[in-house]
Design a protein around this ligand. Structure first.
Ligand SMILES: NC(=O)c1ccc[n+]([C@@H]2O[C@H](COP(=O)([O-])OP(=O)(O)OC[C@H]3O[C@@H](n4cnc5c(N)ncnc54)[C@H](O)[C@@H]3O)[C@@H](O)[C@H]2O)c1
Length: 353
């Protein structure tokens, strides 16, 4: 018999983000009562507007780093999907350290209040950024990152990766020591409707949408990535809630081995143009070989991605064309929007020392 979602009370933290709002859509379709909490530092109410007047949906605007906000959010909750985070694309991961450091606090408060409220399960949105940097340096190696490669000596990707790693380890400790049930899902770069332009695929779509020529590629474009469609991410996350109890961390990512330049080509083809390529060698590129192994997800969850990048690009670009205006995207790009404009905003606003 399948997992009985109907009537469950679920908290989705960061519920107004791209991934979390897609999770909300999917869970509401399964008869779940949802409480979404978001401080709207990067999330948007537009992403959840379809649910705002529903009986089965409650939205609370608040900062989950605040103990009282978090405590109230946990009341009568069966399952927590913890997706709230200070987060951004590659420029953010490389250049901003205080913002993701706040995730150490955020995750700590969320796990602690969840355990105190005796929620049945916590699923944590982790990241491919937990993998050790030193094993991802050779583009010629046929490397697939397996879950057990994260271990001592740890070497995560900047503060963002370290905070996600600490989140995983904290959740695991709570499972062991307090009997909390939990799972961590390591997402590999996500794209799809509602995703923001500071993440790689969406940045490329934005540039192609305004027909940028020459087309700016960060680095030489040889970096290897696997990009994963948002609905696949959500389906894997829900399966993790159903099937993992002991805090195990699991990759949710495709095994496609694509170069950044391959993605650029696919995207510009969608927009029917062939721009010159301008390699921006001074821009941050991150590890050059980051591809998931997803055999553990297949084994434990029965999960397999349903979308190749080629397949996921179509609904993503369709959404982008309907929802964006060329002039506004031009403005966003000209004003440095692909570098993550809201960098550490929440901390800058609050810390006035
Ligand atoms: N998008 C990706 O490629 C990717 C990859 C790996 C992991 N993740 C993780 O998945 C999760 C969702 O990411 P996303 O890409 O959908 O968008 P996102 O980064 O916009 O999501 C974070 C959400 O949390 C909210 N938030 C931040 N701090 C908060 C706080 N203190 N209290 C309440 N709400 C807060 C933001 O407003 C936003 O809606 C994040 O945890 C992110 O780290 C995303």
């Amino acid at each position: 018999m399948g997992f009985a979602w109907t009537g469950k009370n679920v908290l989705v933290t960061g519920g107004a983000s791209c991934i979390a709002s897609t999770l909300v859509d999917t869970l509401i379709g399964r008869g779940v009562h949802i409480r979404a909490v978001d401080n709207l530092s990067s999330g948007s109410l537009a992403n959840i507007k379809a649910h705002l007047n529903k009986q089965s949906f409650q939205f609370i605007e608040g900062d989950l780093k605040e103990g009282t906000v978090c405590r109230d959010a946990m009341k009568d909750i069966d399952i927590v999907f913890h997706l709230a985070a200070d987060h951004g694309g590659r420029a953010y991961v490389d250049r901003c350290q205080s913002g993701p450091a706040a995730n150490l606090l955020l995750d700590g408060v969320v796990f602690r209040e969840a355990a105190k409220a005796r929620v049945k399960k916590v699923v944590f949105a982790s990241s491919g950024c937990v993998y050790p940097n030193q094993i991802q340096t050779d583009v010629n190696e046929k490397l697939y990152l397996k879950e057990e490669m994260v271990g001592p000596p740890y070497n995560a990707d900047n503060m963002y990766g370290w905070a996600k790693l600490m989140g995983e380890l904290t959740l695991k400790a709570y499972c062991k020591e307090f009997g909390l049930k939990g799972a961590s899902c390591r997402y590999f770069i996500v794209y799809g409707p509602r995703a923001k332009e500071d993440l790689s695929i969406m940045a490329m779509i934005a540039k192609a949408f305004i027909r940028q020529d020459p087309f700016e590629v960060w680095g030489d474009g040889e970096q290897l990535r696997n990009w994963t469609y948002v609905q696949d991410i959500v389906d894997g996350t829900i399966l993790a809630a159903e099937k993992i109890d002991d805090g195990t961390a699991i990759n949710i990512g495709t095994t496609e081995r694509l170069r950044v330049i391959d993605a650029v080509q696919m995207i510009t083809e969608h927009f029917n143009y062939k721009p010159q390529i301008a390699k921006k060698l001074d821009m941050p590129i991150g590890p050059v070989n980051r591809i998931a192994d997803n055999s553990l997800a297949a084994k434990l969850l029965g999960w397999k991605p349903q979308f190749t990048l080629k397949e996921g690009l179509k609904p993503t670009i369709d959404w982008y064309r309907i929802n964006k205006k060329v002039e506004e995207v031009k403005k966003l790009i000209d004003s440095g929007g692909l570098l993550n404009p809201q960098t550490s905003r929440q901390d800058k606003e609050k810390i006035s020392v």
